[in-house]
Design a protein around this ligand. Structure first.
Ligand code: HEM
Length: 444
């Protein structure tokens, strides 16, 4: 009798919690930072301006220069920010700086954050590699690099070439095409899906989930986008559970089957660690490389002289990929939390401060790159860019991305030497991930 009476009350409470938790997560993680950043931007605060102005692929070169003019690290009301190459490298390689995990100073807020956690795997929450630190990070990274070796990647070159050829073959040259939808988006997802044993018929689903989850790296999301991202992460989580079950029951010749079996001192990844790692590798494997390809096509068609240099000397392709990564990097910035009082380039940084290392800004630092605003595929030190980060979180897929960039870009320009972009190119709205949403073109 008593249980019957309390059931509706319990149901009501559970429903109320189901509504209150996401509202709390959004308020703390997005709404409050959004209001604060907008207010800061209005006051001219450099960090605030960077967050607000970054959407839609705006040209931020002037802002990068302004930030750089403030010294090694600019101190703003909302945190620290740097576009200096040396400071970015120092911060990313220094033990005093940890990957950012949002833990508010205020104990009440802190409890609210813990209470409202969704429990879903998320690219920037533990146990994702991107949000872990030693000793956990060292353990995950050892296990992944054991299967993700440089040799394994080099062996994928031929497969990548075959995928690029097949995709180019399927394009109708007599009609305009959207290069993002029909080429740049498909090449990386097909490659990473093969690497991770995702069946071809599930590729489109994975692509759609990755696209919808891309804003998950951004701060200050509007409510609707936040809800779409969370629903997508939940769907991705369920899909991964089933995918891992299938591979466990039926291991194949793919890196994920190897990762499931991998052990370090007899210990492997837990189910949650495995899901977070596989999910990150899968999503990072295509959500960034699509931008490298799209940004590369846009830069090369807009700079026909540079494309001409590559036609005359195809050995330059690998350097050209690094110059594309330097000039228009797929990842704008990353952030770190300062774990103890320290200094960078003479600027004191207090424990608890958040520092934004603007990779795209460091790539335009005139201390390192002569005439940084010139796009030059033969630039001698193009490879010194920091587009893959630095230190212990240095991109795990850097050699794969470089190889895909080289094969993908060279193949399309060799096959369609008269490729021309049409009007209507549109950049993605995401702030951290930078690239094109659509890139209409004619091929012949
Ligand atoms: C052009 C393409 C790519 C770019 C620009 C890029 C960029 C980056 C950056 C900047 C980081 C460091 C983030 C930080 O320090 O906070 C990173 C980490 C990572 N990337 Fe990439 N990435 C690319 C392609 C890939 C690919 C193809 C894969 C898949 C194999 C991948 C997997 C990862 C993983 C797993 C990490 C986390 C490493 C760690 O925390 O230890 N990335 N990437």
């Amino acid at each position: 009798m008593f249980a019957l009476k309390t059931t509706p009350a319990r149901t009501f409470l559970r429903r109320a919690e189901e509504i209150a938790k996401p509202v709390t997560r959004w308020s703390i993680g997005h709404a409050i930072p959004r209001v604060a950043l907008r207010a800061a931007a209005r006051r001219g605060d450099l960090q605030g301006r960077l967050s607000i102005e970054a959407g839609g692929g705006a040209d931020l070169t002037g802002l990068f220069d302004e930030i750089r003019a403030h010294g090694a690290v600019a101190t703003t009301r909302v945190g620290h920010v740097t576009t200096r190459h040396s400071a970015c490298k120092d911060i990313l390689t220094d033990d005093a700086f940890k990957t950012v995990r949002f833990v508010p100073d205020n104990p009440v807020l802190n409890r609210l954050v813990a209470w409202s956690e969704s429990g879903l795997i998320h690219p920037i929450q533990p146990p994702s590699l991107l949000a872990s630190e030693p000793p956990d990070h060292t353990r995950y990274r050892k296990l992944v690099t054991r299967v993700f070796t440089a040799r394994a990647v080099e062996q994928l070159r031929q497969r990548t070439q075959a995928i690029a050829d097949e995709l180019l073959e399927s394009l109708d040259p007599t009609n305009p095409v959207d290069l993002i939808e029909q080429y740049c988006g498909l090449l990386p997802v097909t490659v990473i899906s093969q690497i991770l044993g995702v069946p071809p018929e599930e590729r489109d689903k994975v692509l759609a989930l990755g696209g919808a989850a891309a804003p998950s790296l951004d701060l200050g999301l509007p409510w609707r986008t936040f809800r779409t991202v969370e629903a997508t992460l939940a769907e991705f989580d369920s899909w991964l559970t089933v995918h891992l079950e299938k591979l466990r029951a039926n291991p194949g010749d793919n890196l994920l089957s190897k990762l499931i079996a991998a052990r370090e001192d007899g210990v492997g990844l837990t189910e949650r660690e495995l899901k977070a790692t596989a999910g990150l590798v899968l999503a990072a494997g295509f959500e960034t490389t699509v931008n490298l390809l799209g940004n590369g096509i846009a830069l090369l068609t807009r700079n026909p002289g540079e494309l001409g240099k590559l036609r005359g000397n195809p050995d330059l392709w690998s350097n050209a990929v690094d110059e594309i990564l330097r000039y228009d990097p797929p990842v704008l910035l990353t952030g770190r939390l300062c774990a103890r009082d320290t200094e960078i380039g003479g600027v004191p940084i207090q424990r608890g401060s958040i520092v934004s290392t603007v990779l795209a800004g460091a790539n335009r630092d005139p201390e390192i790159f002569d005439a940084p605003s010139v796009f030059d595929v033969a630039r001698a030190n193009a490879r010194d860019h920091v587009s893959f980060g630095a230190g212990r979180h240095y991109c795990l897929g850097a050699s794969l991305a470089r190889m895909e960039g080289e094969v993908g870009l060279r193949s399309i320009f060799e096959r369609f030497p008269d490729l021309r972009l049409l009007g209507g190119a549109r950049r993605r709205q995401t702030r951290i991930l930078r690239g094109f949403e659509t890139l209409p073109a004619t091929l012949i």
